[in-house]
Design a protein around this ligand. Structure first.
Ligand SMILES: O=C(O)[C@@H](CO)OP(=O)(O)O
Length: 225
């Protein structure tokens, strides 16, 4: 039986401020750092011995991964960072307050933008203060103008299949430290959740989720630790 751990980063500054974040790089709050450490403690108590960690190129996930690994006394475990595990790109909503956006566009529209399968948020406008096209880490990458969950799946899953599945097939214990929606993409795939039911899947910050997989990498169980 192979173990796969999914961990959403601890509370970020913009989680606290209730702002759409996406690819914008914000740090952890004190609570977020405490959540990351608590996640590490839980994983240590559970006796998890990691072979490899995968994370995005966003600071909130990288910091969470490092803090959790430190608490597990496994800071030496190899870590791979890739933009394909980034949060979904929130386009023109990036930086806006979620409650103010609901007041302006209505709850239903905002729910569609946040949780529907294939409705992308409005695109980011050229010259936006949140434009990342000059950011060195994304050199050579076609940065999306906005992503729906479907668009996010279209880059998360091929990465998962190409880089992570081969390790799982060898029986390696892997932890993926990522984001609410890049993890929803993986959970949808691993647990076979339908396009409509995925609307209700919420992944909390800093709570490790353990998948136990059989030799065909089918999910035997999934639970929060
Ligand atoms: O703002 C974001 O990038 C995400 C995750 O915090 O928010 P949502 O809950 O709307 O997917």
């Amino acid at each position: 039986m192979t173990k796969l751990i999914l961990l959403r980063h601890g509370q970020s500054q913009w989680n606290l401020e209730n702002r759409f974040t996406g690819w914008w790089d914000v740090g952890l709050t004190e609570q977020g750092a405490a959540e990351a450490q608590a996640a590490g403690k839980t994983l240590l108590a559970e006796g998890i011995e990691l072979d490899q960690v995968f994370t995005s190129v966003q600071a909130r996930a990288i910091k969470t991964a490092n803090m959790a690994l430190g608490m597990m006394r496994q800071a030496w475990v190899p870590m791979t960072k890739d933009w394909r595990l980034n949060e979904r790109h929130y386009g023109g909503l990036t930086g806006l307050n979620k409650a103010e956006t609901e007041a302006k566009h209505g709850k239903e529209q905002v729910l569609q933008w946040r949780r529907s399968f294939d409705v992308p948020p409005p695109p980011m406008e050229a010259g936006s203060e949140f434009d990342l096209s000059q950011d060195r880490r994304y050199r050579g990458i076609a940065i999306p103008a906005a992503e729906s969950l479907k668009d996010t799946i279209a880059r998360v899953l091929p990465y998962f299949e190409a880089e992570i599945v081969p390790m799982l097939r060898k029986g390696k214990t892997v932890m993926i430290v990522a984001h609410g929606n890049s993890l929803r993409a993986l959970v949808k795939h691993l647990s076979g959740i339908s396009d409509t039911d995925i609307l209700h899947e919420e992944i909390p910050t800093g709570k490790p989720m353990l998948y136990e997989l059989d030799s065909d990498l089918k999910a035997i169980s999934r639970r929060y630790l």
